[in-house]
Design a binder for this molecule. Structure first.
Ligand code: HPA
Ligand code: ZN
Length: 326
């Protein structure tokens, strides 16, 4: 369609993408075969049928299970490269991608295997596809802060090649303040700070991410709309929200894409962006998120251009690089 072509042609950045969430069922079988890992599924169709989630935890259980096939540096390299091929075709020029080291180190896959594999895939993508990227290391918030500190220490030799740290996994019951110490340590190391907040958790978690962790960006942030003072704060400070519409639909954060708050966020002056979160699990990569959201909400061309600009000005890129894209 004309809309889909317009969206593909807009230079865009993706700022909320979990690389483990780009593991397609076909690739899950391939990695399981080459690593001799048993899967509880026999066919791709069985896997896809299992992707019916009623909340975040439902999804996380199957997402961590899927990640179990990732074992070697080649797996992480291939996973990243396959994602970049898709997002390059969607018109993405830059990606700031999340990875979850604890999901791997807790099963005996060394941090270096994960980081070297991903960084190799990212370098190849930049060279062959022209998509630049950086890594954001996420701490799993259902684990304790000591485990997050251990992960930051493990990452030490790589920190000059890691853009920042984030916070993901089960939100409710695991407020940002649980990680105040490790975020302070990360800031002292010169890392950028982001956190998932207000996806399922209350507006208070968004306040904490800002005031206790001092984050530079909020991942999701949907529930910030329940608090007018918080909206004013986010607008005044120009804080970017990395919104993920198809994720919100699949995890029942919204009942219908037509009820998605993205258009309202823009009208309120919030600096929202569109992202895919875990595209292999949620039904679409970057352009699919843009197109379905634009259709459901009747986004105008001006709004789409604003969203594309937000994706670059909200990225952690030097101003001269941002200027090349907007
Ligand atoms: N929320 C929290 N944790 C996650 C997500 C998400 O959307 N995706 C992958 N880990
Ligand atoms: Zn996410």
């Amino acid at each position: 369609t004309a809309l889909a072509d317009f969206i593909r042609g807009l230079p865009k950045a993706e700022l909320h993408l979990h690389i483990e969430g780009s593991l397609e069922p076909e690739q899950m079988f391939e990695f399981a075969r080459r690593n001799r890992v048993d899967l509880p599924f026999r066919t791709v169709e069985e896997v896809r049928a299992a992707y019916a989630f009623s909340n975040l935890q439902d999804f996380l259980d199957i997402y961590y299970q899927g990640a179990n096939v990732l074992r070697t540096e080649a797996d992480f390299h291939d996973l990243a490269l396959a994602y970049f091929r898709r997002v390059a075709a969607d018109g993405a020029r830059h990606v700031e991608l999340f990875f979850d080291p604890q999901t791997h180190t807790d099963r005996g896959v060394p941090f270096q295997v994960v980081a070297d594999g991903l960084m190799g895939g990212m370098a190849e993508a930049e060279k062959t596809l022209g998509v630049s990227s950086s890594l954001i290391l996420c701490f799993l918030r259902h684990l304790d802060e000591d485990a997050a500190f251990a992960t930051l220490n493990m990452a030490e030799p790589y920190l000059d090649r890691i853009l920042g740290v984030g916070l993901d996994s089960s939100e409710v019951g695991h407020p940002p303040s649980k990680f105040a110490g490790v975020f302070k340590a990360a800031r002292e190391r010169g890392l950028k700070l982001v956190a998932h907040a207000g996806e399922e958790g209350p507006p208070e978690y968004v306040w904490e991410a800002l005031d206790v962790l001092g984050v530079d960006r909020i991942d999701h942030g949907n529930r910030a709309l329940e608090d007018e003072a918080l909206v004013r704060r986010l607008v005044a400070e120009g804080i970017t929200l990395t919104v993920c519409p198809l994720s919100n639909l699949k995890l029942c954060v919204v009942d219908d894409l037509k009820q998605h708050p993205l258009k309202r966020m823009l009208a309120l002056g919030l600096k929202a962006t569109i992202n895919s979160d875990d595209p292999a699990y949620f039904g679409g990569y970057l352009a699919q998120n843009w197109t379905e959201t634009a259709e459901a909400l009747g986004l105008t061309r001006d709004e789409l251009v604003t969203l594309a600009k937000n994706s670059f000005t909200g990225a952690f890129l030097p101003p001269e690089v941002v200027a090349r894209h907007v």
